[in-house]
Design a protein around this ligand. Structure first.
Ligand code: KIV
Length: 282
């Protein structure tokens, strides 16, 4: 008898996802930050779930991703893992945990051991290649992330498209090659000029996952709140919402408040008999 665990539904792995990439099947990735949402997305058939450090903006209400801690990532990633059976779970290494290969290795080990995720993602170009190599040598699957890298927002001076100058194109192409050679299993291209994203995708032997980088990447990722319209702020231009969950919540809560408060009764009139009230359907 095999000592390897078997389950009815087995999770996507680097091997199954790479096979899909070789079949030219596009990879669908979304972010998730909690148990319920992750379960819904997993049931819907998404290939990869990213517990992004966009957690900081989307769920925790910070202006940037910089305040997100390793403990935040572990807590939210373990909830996502508990809610899912099929999707490969990738968790972001937050700001300050990739300052050198040994720091990144310790953070990745904690993230994987304490949350149960199957891979980590880290931001950075050429300089990140030795970190990727160190993690991959220890059996840790790494997704890289170039273009707009929000952890460097203060150095970059804002959120904008990358790959508009020859120098920027060269840096993106050289970074993608270096990260792939270092062993990354996939690379996120965030807000990269679409023609440059297409060129990088063509030149690599691993899948690229685009966000705001055109349609010619090997797959796409969106922040789930932007996809379903669950936000207090407008989504970025490239994200077309396919739902309005914010409106559903607002309407349900307004109805609830009306039900709770009831119609205002003139002073001195009899209150309604609660035993005759129609139950609210669940
Ligand atoms: O943190 C995040 O959600 C991300 C995606 C936007 C790729 O890195």
């Amino acid at each position: 008898m095999s000592s390897h665990p078997t389950t009815a539904v087995s999770r996507n792995t680097l091997r199954t996802l790479h096979a899909a990439y070789l079949r030219k099947e596009k990879l669908a990735m979304l972010t998730a930050y909690d148990y319920v949402t992750a379960g819904l997305l997993d049931n819907s058939g998404v290939d990869i779930l990213l517990v992004g450090d966009s957690l900081g903006n989307v769920v925790l209400g910070y202006d940037t991703t910089l305040p997100v801690t390793l403990e935040d990532m572990i807590r939210h990633t373990s909830a996502v893992v508990r809610g899912t059976k099929k999707a490969l779970i990738v968790a972001d290494l937050p700001f300050g945990t990739t300052t050198d290969p040994e720091v990144a290795l310790r953070a990745s080990i904690r993230l994987m051991q304490e949350s149960g995720c199957q891979a980590v993602k880290l931001e950075g170009g050429l300089n990140a290649a030795p970190i990727v190599r160190r993690l991959v040598d220890q059996g840790i699957p790494v997704m890289a992330h170039i273009g707009l890298t929000p952890q460097s927002v203060h150095q970059l001076g804002g959120y904008y498209i990358h790959g508009k100058t020859d120098q920027s194109v060269r840096y993106l192409v050289d970074s993608a090659v270096a990260l792939s050679e270092a062993g990354a299993f996939s690379i996120v291209l965030e807000m990269v000029v679409p023609a440059v994203a297409a060129e990088i995708t063509q030149s690599l032997g691993i899948p690229t996952i685009g966000i705001g980088s055109g349609t010619d990447c090997s797959g796409q990722v969106l922040v789930i709140n932007d996809l379903v319209g669950l936000s207090l702020r407008p989504p970025p231009k490239f994200a077309v919402p396919r739902g309005n969950v914010a409106a559903v919540i607002r309407d349900a809560v307004r109805e609830y408040i009306l039900d709770v408060k009831g119609p205002s009764l003139p002073v001195g009139s009899a209150r309604p008999d609660p035993s005759r009230e129609t139950p609210i359907p669940l």
